[in-house]
Write a protein that binds this ligand. Sequence first.
Ligand code: ADP
Ligand code: GLC
Length: 481
Amino acid sequence: MARRLKILYVASEAHPHAKTGGLADVSGALPAALRKLGHDVRLILPKYKCVPSATIKPMGKKVPVLLGPTYQEAILFETIQPGPTYFIGHDPFFHRDGLYGSHGRDFPDNAERFIFFCRAVLETCKAISFQPDIIHCSDWQTGLVPAYLKSIYASEAFFKNTRSIFSIHNLGYAGNFPPQALHTAHLPWTLFHPKGVEFFGQFSFLKAGLVYADLLNTVSKKYSREILKPENGFGFEGILQHRRQDLFGVLNGVDEEAWNPADDPLIDHHFSARSLQKKQACKKDIAKSLSIELGRREPLLCMITRLSDQKGLDLIVQGFQDIMAERVGFILLGSGDARYEKFFKSQKYPNKFACRLGFDEKLAHRILAGSDILLMPSRYEPCGLTQMYGMRYGTVPVVRAVGGLADTVPPFNIRTGQGTGFNFRPFELKYFMTALRKALTAYQQPKTWRQLMLNGMSQDHGWEKVAGQYTRLYRRALRQK
Ligand code: ADP
Ligand code: GLC
């Protein structure tokens, strides 16, 4: 039998402890799926204010972390439920509202916060004598871990056999800071050059991960190719080209327990492919509670999203009147950029459009269960989970054919009856509206629509298969010199 691996999964957010987006869903589900394959997986996160204290307990261990001129203490916690998940406690950095910022602004000390976190992660391994085969990092907040392993920890026997993997969930967030942060991190200045952590004169935590991890991964095949070009590379296309032999694209999975319309505890009416008519009760409920009035066979559209440029919201803003001119209802749940919040809040289409600003997990489930069509016209999308959740709930996605959206939403073909949604490619309103109108037309044909819903609901995106693919990646990393 293949050797059981010891894996440390490092993330800045994970469901159900702390979440701003899909990264949390992945960090919550993938470690559990890997555990089911028999691996010893420990997840490690910052102990934010939002982590309910009733769910964790102190481990009775403190770890000194050298940060700039002084040592600061990380206090270690773990979950009460066996998991195990560890938390790095340091209230001055993590006990605040927001994970990375508040009121739409990044915290000014994010460099110190995540230098501290990355270093504390490695010190924690030693403190609890957990010698990982693999350290799996995600996004810029964890990018310094691979850089530490290849520099000041390189001579430590403890990590001699440890390899790192860096997952790119979103290249649009680089974690760029002034070069002086190298001092704070105690990383050698010899790393500060264009083939190292320097990024146009700044110290990029993302680049640290991209350069120093043993293997790189991103969350869909298509995105793994898109980021090699300037259009989607955010300036990192050079280093990614250079490392393309080490770059993989493993499509995210769906937590099929958390997102299951047949027994989702967050929705009031349960349904499955065999009882699709019950979805209508979810539709009625959500429409009623958000004061949307729908005529006979009038579809309910929805968006559940971070309000950021990535999500193609400028198309929605630009086309808002056109969308509202259709016979539809529209619900938007989102939070993020102030200008989008302001726009959606100011729209007055009573009984036709409802907007909820904020982050609300239960509402997200209820809206997805009750809607007919989900809009995701993203500018770029590394994977996208919401469209996969939508399909599981019989909510048909209209997406831009980029990244994971292209990989997970095969366009509907009326002739063959195959496909799960509608897509468009050029980022222009007319193409988006054409795709949306195709969906609206199909909606008027009950048989066709039913087929579309069933196609989406029968897709298999379970984490088990994905965990197998990661295991192969880990073994490959272990073979690297
Ligand atoms: P991203 O990670 O880029 O935000 P994904 O589609 O991968 O996009 O994942 C988004 C996740 O965040 C989904 O679980 C979605 O339901 C959730 N989500 C996004 N916005 C909200 C919100 N305002 N309230 C509740 N959940 C949200
Ligand atoms: C990022 C991406 C999203 C992806 C998620 C989880 O936030 O924007 O496309 O699904 O990470 O990998």
